[in-house]
Ligand binder design. Structure first.
Ligand code: AMP
Length: 190
């Protein structure tokens, strides 16, 4: 097993971040940290956080940074994250990306961090998201809005990482197994 690996999945909703993160988390034996899952769980349990974020998630808007930054700091500080992690859905804007850099230094997590952008054409994303619609926040209107939010807020994160780190671009418009294979090659080649 490869120790102390950080993997950051960028890419729009429907790109397959969750699916790939789950496979690779098992393969690398490190936790899969999905901010979307954590928020949905909080909403389901109607915790204080859940109540604060529900309307944003329902609309497909990003929840306020102060809530997400606290959440990610607590999560990365936990024992199971000391051997690495896979981030799925974070960072979602440049402020979050900068915060993450500072947080990793503060937590002494000098891991080998891979930033992967999963690329999938927009029409394929819409089709996938409509077909696999399971969530309350998944109707055509909300999906379009989430794709729009991704363009505006999250695409600049790709540029941020291109400038400050090494960024891997992976064709996500293939079968999940093929994408996993490419990701494993990136991790094992370095
Ligand atoms: P996801 O499952 O990653 O698509 O996330 C579902 C929803 O949770 C998003 O549409 C946002 O409302 C919220 N969310 C998840 N991660 C973040 C984040 N890093 N920053 C702000 N909002 C987030």
């Amino acid at each position: 097993m490869i120790n102390e690996t950080g993997l950051i999945f960028l890419g729009p909703p429907g790109a397959g971040k969750g699916t790939q993160a789950k496979y690779l988390a098992e393969f690398l034996e490190i936790p899969h940290i999905s901010t979307g899952d954590i928020l949905r769980e909080a909403i389901g349990a109607q915790t204080i956080l859940g109540k604060q974020v529900q309307e944003y998630v329902d609309r497909g808007d990003l929840v306020p940074d102060r809530l997400i930054l606290d959440l990610i700091e607590d999560r990365l500080d936990r024992q199971d994250a000391q051997k690495g992690w896979i981030l799925d859905g974070f960072p979602r804007n440049v402020k979050q990306a900068k915060f993450l850099d500072e947080l990793l230094a503060k937590l002494n997590q000098h891991y080998m961090v891979y930033v992967v952008n999963l690329e999938v054409p927009e029409e394929v994303l819409m089709k996938r998201l409509l077909e696999t619609r399971r969530r309350k926040d998944d109707n055509r209107e909300t999906i379009s809005h989430r794709l729009q939010v991704h363009k505006q807020e999250t695409e600049p994160v790709i540029e941020f990482y291109r400038q400050h780190h090494k960024l891997y671009s992976v064709d996500g418009n293939r079968s999940p197994a093929e994408v996993t294979q490419s990701l494993k090659e990136i991790i094992t080649a370095a």
